[in-house]
Design a protein around this ligand. Structure first.
Ligand code: NAD
Length: 311
């Protein structure tokens, strides 16, 4: 009999609980364990989720657990920590969340966990670096959700602009999951055609592309201003990443990973195109960027290195 595919979620707040809900609805695992400092809330969350499962005759088991449950887990998803408040950047959260991440990583590793860490807590690139450093795991098994959410936001906007399925949009957000992120327009394609070569009503001006970029980059600020936090979008992105891992999809996703020479950089977690499957990140693609995009990439690396207290 095959071993159950188990995900452990640490941090069942807005993001974590939304992720649990999305993961259960997508039926991506056999067991989902939920851990949080707030034991009463996480127990209620697990009970609430259990209440829905019979509707789909789902055999998934959900429970509120503890770190011992990580030993048998395939993936530990970290959504614990404080979130941005209106006016705050992701980088403003570093000091508090670094302490939280350190103790969580320690507890997970001490359980005997041998799976893959997936980090969502912000600032996600720096916290992924921290989990990699504190865990001593190979970088392939410590993944940050990075710009997977931003890339989904971008593709949704472009699909509306061109009135075409997001599946036909090949465009990515590179760099920091934060203010220095950028879109690699030079390699963006719609239905296989370069954005710059689209004719007729699909022709786009640089001003229009800049507006799409800015609204992608600033989407979280707007949502946080309006309702205090963002969680559904990232929850779906995390579900997508877990599915790619558990089903060994070898899917191409924009994820935060540690560079070792790619684009001329080392020792930084940042989003680049990654192939992800059962063993984690199996390879990194480095499509050629324009010189202006390379300058943006270098700037993003600079921001992430300058703000990382562990470097
Ligand atoms: P939240 O305050 O709703 O939830 C955080 C949860 O973490 C709480 O339930 C809290 O009890 C728990 N927690 C805190 N310390 C803990 C510890 N040591 N062990 C276990 N649990 C602990 O916050 P949220 O809105 O869910 O956001 C969570 C994180 O996700 C934030 O850092 C936020 O910035 C980040 N986020 C990331 C993305 C992304 O794309 N990566 C998108 C949105 C939010």
């Amino acid at each position: 009999m095959e071993r159950a595919r188990r995900i452990v979620l640490v941090g069942s707040g807005s993001v974590g609980a939304s992720f649990a809900f999305a993961a259960l609805n997508q039926d991506i695992c056999d067991e989902l364990v939920m851990i949080d400092l707030n034991k009463e809330k996480v127990s209620a969350d697990a009970n609430d989720m259990q209440d829905g499962l019979a509707n789909f005759k789902s055999r998934v088991k959900v429970w509120d657990g503890d770190y011992a449950d990580c030993k048998e887990a395939d993936i530990v998803v970290i959504c614990a920590g404080i979130a941005q408040r209106p006016g705050q950047t992701r980088l403003d959260l570093i000091n508090t969340n670094l302490k939280i991440i350190k103790s969580i990583t320690h507890d997970v590793v001490n359980s005997g966990f041998e799976g893959i860490f997936l980090v969502a807590s912000n600032p996600v690139d720096i916290l992924s670096y921290a989990v990699w450093k504190f865990s001593g795991f190979p970088k392939e098994r410590v993944i940050g959700s990075g710009t997977s959410l931003d890339t989904a936001r971008l593709r949704y906007q472009l699909s509306k602009r061109f009135n075409i399925s997001p599946r036909a949009i090949n465009a990515c957000v590179f760099g920091e999951h934060g203010d220095s992120e950028f879109v690699a327009w030079s390699i963006a394609k719609v239905a296989g055609v370069s954005l710059t070569k689209l004719g007729g009503q699909n022709q786009v001006s640089p001003e229009e592309l800049q507006a799409i970029y800015e609204s992608t980059r600033d989407a979280a600020y707007k949502i946080i201003q309006a309702k205090g936090a963002t969680y559904y979008g990232v929850a779906m992105a995390l579900t997508r990443i877990c599915k790619a891992i558990l089903s060994d999809e070898l899917e191409l996703l924009m994820l935060s990973t540690r560079l070792e020479g790619e684009y001329g950089h080392n020792d930084v977690y940042i989003s680049v195109p990654c192939i992800v499957g059962r063993t984690g990140i199996t390879s990194i693609l480095t499509p050629e960027l324009s010189s202006a995009e390379m300058a943006q990439f270098n700037q993003s690396v600079k921001v992430l290195k300058e703000n990382n207290p562990l470097i």
